[in-house]
Every structure is written in C-alpha cells, then in structure tokens.
Design a protein around this ligand. Structure first.
Ligand SMILES: Cc1cc2nc3c(=O)[nH]c(=O)nc-3n(C[C@H](O)[C@H](O)[C@H](O)COP(=O)(O)O)c2cc1C
Ligand SMILES: O=C(O)C(=O)c1ccccc1
Length: 350
C-alpha cells in the first residue's frame, strides 16, 4: 500500500472504518470551527529559513520530564484504539517504542495500561487521567499507571463536561460495542465492574494539589489555553503545560493552539516545558510550534488513521513520515538541531 502522506492514511482509514466510528475519531464539537482552525492556523504561518550555516544531519531528539523522544512528536492520548484495529493500544505502543517516542495512554484506552506496557517493552509511556469524583478510584488509576511504569501523569483539564459532538449525536454513537470497554476503569475492589468515566465540573486547583501529594510522577496539565491558567499551573507545581483544545472536541470556537502558544510560552517563562497538540500534520508544523517555544508536539488523529489503515505498521509509518519531514525541514531551515529554531523564523503570511 502506498501511504506516502498522512492524507493517504486518513483516506484509507475512512474507507475501512464504520462511518459512525470514523466520525467519532474525526469529528469535534459544535460547528467544528476549532477542528478546522487548528490546521488552518498552521497553514497561515510561514517558515523563514536560514542559509549557509554548515549544518550536518540535524539532531531531532529532545528530553522531556526524564523521557527521551527521538523526534519531538509524541502520541497524544486518544480513546478507543480497538475501535480502529483489533490490537488497539498494544499496536500503537509498539509503534511508539519503535519510533522512540512517548505514547500518552488514554484513561479511555480499550487495553489496560499494564497490558499496554507488557505488549511494548521499552516503550516510554505516560498516562492521561480525568480526575474522578471518587477520590479513591482516582488513586487506583494513579497506582495502575505507576505500576505499569508510566513516567508522567497527563491530567486533562479541558473537559468539565463532555463536548457536544454533533456527528456522534446524529449517528447515535455514544458507547463502545459490547466486546470492548475502557479496561482501565475496572473496579478491582468490587468484582469486574467497569466504571463509567465521569467528567467533573467541580474539579479545581485543589485537586491538582492533591494529585501532587498522591504521586511522585511529574504532572502535565493538558488543555491549558489561557495565560492566567499557565501562571496558576506554575504556582501549583506542575511539571509541564500542554496547550490543547482537545483537537476541537470540547469547547468549539477556542482559537487554534498554534495561535495560543506564544502567550502560554511567555507566561511559563521557561520554568516548565510547554507542549502543544492540535492540527499537527506536517514536519513543518512541528518546526513552527518548536520555533514558537514548544518543547515538543503531540499528534492525535494521524495516529488513529495509521492504526485503522494498517495496525502497528500504519502507526510506525505515520510516525516515520513525520520524522522524515522534520529532519528534512530542519535541514532546509539551516538548523543542526531543534534547539536552533527561534521565533524569528516564523512569519504570519495572511
Ligand atoms: C478520537 C479522539 C479521542 C480522544 N480521546 C482523548 C482522551 O481520552 N483523553 C484526552 O485527554 N484527550 C483525548 N483526545 C484529544 C487528544 O489528546 C488531542 O488533544 C487531539 O487529538 C489533538 O489534535 P489532533 O487530533 O488534531 O492531533 C482525543 C482526540 C481524539 C481525536
Ligand atoms: O473522545 C474524547 O475526546 C475523549 O476525550 C473521551 C473521554 C472519555 C471517554 C472517551 C473519550
């Protein structure tokens, strides 16, 4: 199969997936303005290369909270991988390990995080958490992530309620089929019940403080978009900030993450790494985000398309394509490493 570009993977995934499942993966909230804005905003930015800097093959690796990523492109946490491929998160994790990058395992994974870790020895895993109203069960989840060897906790804070996704409403998609479930949500204490994932509008900074006391794992706050919240995140001792609008699946009309990034980077003031996701589809998008101050980016849907198209091999190809594009674009920009990217190399073009 000639999947030469990420677009080809999305086309193949669309052809293979049940339409309601494709819509679940592809869709977003409301009018999907934010879904489209994420990609469109990257397209409005130009890269201004430097010349004659005598650079050899560029170094693309970054170190992040003690994890090493050979390319600054992480796997964003996305739910329900077994809906895309029978091997689900096991396949994704093997591909992430082969690509030497970090996979953020979703709390809504269809394979338990411990089983994901067992399936992919050597994978650098982080665990994404929705803080649950039942504090004891939140702790159970944290302990499962620790036991699986996860190196960071990614706490998603943009979801006090679930976004209103009109494709899902139209398709009547609201649950996994019978044979699949959110395996991390098994209630060890009371038989084999699988708890529902509950969104908590009551969540506050105190919950972040409690989590910090509960675990030694670094905490990444995912879904920060306002600079005031970036400053609060520092006050509350988080280890990294992830600029994210949940790929346009939560509040519609949130601006594109690449447009929000500079103010968050300024607010963070270099105290913690700033990550970004949303609309990253090309190596040049990665360079733009890093030039504007991100330490790394993450990709959500492209990984799903690779998985649906060709399982582990598909995800490996998707991550490999991005890596090749990042190396190529860095060379063309005259950069020997990602650390040489700077804001002056990015220009708004329209
Ligand atoms: C199908 C799907 C499921 C997702 N599930 C989760 C999740 O369980 N937890 C979470 O924090 N974010 C989740 N996200 C958001 C992603 O982590 C990420 O923010 C977003 O996909 C990035 O945008 P991109 O898809 O344009 O790369 C999901 C996104 C998609 C597309
Ligand atoms: O679909 C999502 O974006 C998501 O974050 C989620 C949250 C809970 C359960 C399943 C998916």
């Amino acid at each position: 199969m000639g999947f030469g570009t990420l677009r080809a993977f999305e086309d193949e995934a669309r052809a293979r997936l049940e339409p309601a499942h494709y819509d679940y993966f592809a869709g977003g909230a409301g009018d999907e303005l934010t879904v489209r804005a994420n990609e469109a905003a990257f397209a409005r930015l130009g890269l201004v290369p430097r010349v004659l800097r005598g650079a050899a093959k560029p170094e693309t690796g970054v170190t992040l909270l003690g994890s090493r990523a050979a390319v600054p492109v992480l796997v964003a946490p996305t739910a329900f991988h077994r809906l895309a491929h029978p091997e689900g998160e096991r396949a994704t994790a093997r591909a992430a390990a082969a690509a030497e990058t970090v996979m953020i395992v979703s709390m809504a994974a269809t394979v338990a995080v411990g089983d994901v870790a067992d399936a992919a020895p050597g994978a650098d895993l982080w665990f994404q958490l929705y803080v649950q109203p039942d504090a004891a069960f939140t702790e159970t989840l944290v302990r499962r992530a620790e036991a699986a060897g996860c190196k960071a906790l990614v706490v998603t804070v943009d979801s006090p309620v679930m976004g209103l996704r009109e494709r899902d409403l139209r398709n009547g998609f609201h649950d996994l089929p019978e044979h699949l479930c959110c395996e991390n949500m098994r209630d060890g204490a009371h038989g084999d019940r699988v708890r529902p994932i509950v969104m908590s509008p009551e969540l506050s900074w105190e919950d972040i403080d409690r989590l910090r006391e509960m675990t030694a794992l670094p905490i990444v706050l995912k879904g920060v978009t306002h600079p005031a919240d970036a400053r609060l995140a520092l006050d509350h001792g988080v280890s990294a900030i992830m600029v994210s609008n949940h790929g346009g699946r939560q509040l519609d009309t949130v601006p594109a993450t690449i447009d929000l990034l500079p103010d968050i980077v300024a607010a963070a003031g270099g105290a913690v790494p700033v990550l970004l996701d949303g609309g990253v589809r090309r190596g040049t998008d990665v360079l733009k985000a890093l030039a504007l101050g991100a330490t790394a980016v993450a990709v959500g849907r492209p990984v799903i398309w690779g998985l649906a198209a060709d399982g582990e091999r598909g995800v490996t190809r998707v991550l490999g394509l991005l890596r090749t594009e990042v190396e190529h674009a860095l060379t063309l920009c005259g950069c020997a490493s990602v650390h040489e990217l700077e804001p002056g190399m990015v220009r708004r073009t329209c």
